[in-house]
Write a protein that binds this ligand. Sequence first.
Ligand SMILES: C[S@@+](CC[C@H](N)C(=O)[O-])C[C@H]1O[C@@H](n2cnc3c(N)ncnc32)[C@H](O)[C@@H]1O
Length: 443
Amino acid sequence: MTSLLVPDNSLIEHEWSGPQLSFGLISNPKQPAQGPRNEAWRFYAAYSFEFVRDYLRNIAASQRDSLFLDPWNGSGSTTTAAWSQGFRAIGIDLNPAMNVIATARVAKSGDVDQAMDIVRSSVRMAAVRASVAPNDPLSTWFEKGTVGRIRAFERATVGRACECMTGNGAVSAVLYLVMFRVLRHFVGPFLTSNPTWIRMPKNAPEEEKVKVLWSDLRIAFAQAAEAVREDVMSVRSDHSQYGDVTPRLLHANAKQIPLAARSVDHVVSSPPYGTRIDYAVATAVECAALGIPFGTTFDQLRSQLTGTTKVPASAASIGAETVGEECFKFLQAVRSHPSRASGTYYLKNWETYFIDIAGSISEVSRVLKRNGTCTLIVQDSFYKDIRAPIQEIFVDICRQSGLLLLDRFDFPSKRNLAAINKGSRRWRAQSIATESVLRFVKL
Ligand SMILES: C[S@@+](CC[C@H](N)C(=O)[O-])C[C@H]1O[C@@H](n2cnc3c(N)ncnc32)[C@H](O)[C@@H]1O
């Protein structure tokens, strides 16, 4: 018997037949502010690879055939860590740019070598220039000649990789990772103090856009390729047990997980926190590299991603029965807050977020086996001066889907979006968030 802490803080007894776990050494999930490596896939909302690697080892040491799922897989820390420990893993993300990054991280050494050979031969090309489509999304930041040079490099590299395709797209993914890195370097003038935002001016004059000559671009591509190779291979040199089967990376919505009921042993994930990170804009440069046109297609992606700042006009209202008392109380406080648009846009924004989370958690519960575990890394946040008790709300939502809280570990986090947003100081002197590891069991 194990005691389970349930949301009203009472203890209930539950027959727990899963592995006995010791979490004395659980580490902070937050990425170190200055990561020495993994720059190629470093993005703001990622958790640390070391945290998830050690956690998976702990959770399933004696169950080598365990299948792990991350339904918000992002840059693929979970799937890479599971693979590095020899576990089967499935990662789901709705953002195609994140899937490319997650695919590149588990590329086989041979695929990485092949990608490097292709880059080496392509940067030897004399001046290059490809035709530029009138609505090429890269034109948002780069002048026409530069876009032509970048697309010529893409054709010479990814185009070649597709011709000699090995099957899983890993070579192309590594090549796109090289492109992502170079583009991120050059879009600097459009970055803002918010690490998840980039300015995307519509119809900026050509002279205000970034211009890079081929002589500089070819050096940047060669250097980026070397850095990407080191990043990808560094994961391998740290660990020894690679699964024969690379993770399955699916482009899908966590609200409709394309897996059979009771097919997954453990879910480990960091869902969107409700901190209004627009995951599409956060990866707008990468989406542009992949050719996703800005306008309707990109906007659709923006509105489908959970936690989006785009609120559908038809957003539904929710009652306590869907999301629990804590959430309902929080929404009431938002509704009656005196600041502008609290009872309209912001209320809809939060409601949409919680409805999305409740739908996704219900799916997580459906695909988990009985006694399977679900570990979520979540962070609380604020709306103006009101604390959004995300941990407590997740506990309620999970309980309604048949997932009971086993344990919770809290870590203070000074590095959070509220602390970056200067406007928040009007409402609060300090913005220290709590990041928590919540572990549930499926009944
Ligand atoms: C907090 S990040 C995950 C970070 C990840 N643990 C890592 O280390 O990179 C959340 C991810 O959820 C994805 N996402 C948001 N809404 C989604 C949805 N409805 N379905 C699937 N993925 C979604 C975003 O694209 C983002 O990559």
